[in-house]
Write a protein of this length. Structure first.
Length: 133
């Protein structure tokens, strides 16, 4: 197994402002209470403003929970730092997604660190680390 250090961009425009991980029947988190998710985020240009939030959604996009944590994008540095978003404890069911969202950013781009080659691990580990209640 090898990890390739990669990144996914989130923009302040409608180009792409959300990255989600879908959970399906049989995955380890189904039936577990999720209360936190964290991502490694950086702003290489130093121009991000506005805010980032995290969501739990149904696969059709319907909001299930929103993070109580709001990250001020202007505080994101040029190096990857782990940022944690807290949720009210939410029991994961099949077809829920955990998402990070930049639609409230007003300028710039942030990068979300990913490790894209470990397909055998639940894909959430590509973007976030969950902490169970």
């Amino acid at each position: 197994q090898s990890n390739t250090d990669d990144a996914e961009d989130l923009y302040s425009t409608t180009t792409r402002n959300e990255i989600c991980q879908l959970y399906e029947t049989g995955q380890v988190l189904i039936g577990e209470d999720v209360c936190k998710a964290s991502w490694f985020i950086r702003d290489t240009a130093g121009t991000a403003t506005g805010s980032l939030k995290a969501y739990i959604r149904q696969s059709d996009g319907t909001q299930v929970a929103i993070s109580t944590t709001v990250l001020d994008a202007s505080t994101v540095t040029g190096s990857y730092v782990e940022y944690t978003f807290e949720f009210p404890a939410t029991t994961m069911v099949a077809d829920y997604m955990i998402c990070i969202n930049s639609e409230d950013m007003t300028n710039g781009t942030v990068q979300i660190q990913s490790y894209g080659t470990q397909a055998c691990i639940p894909k959430l580990l590509n973007y976030a680390r969950l902490l169970l209640d």
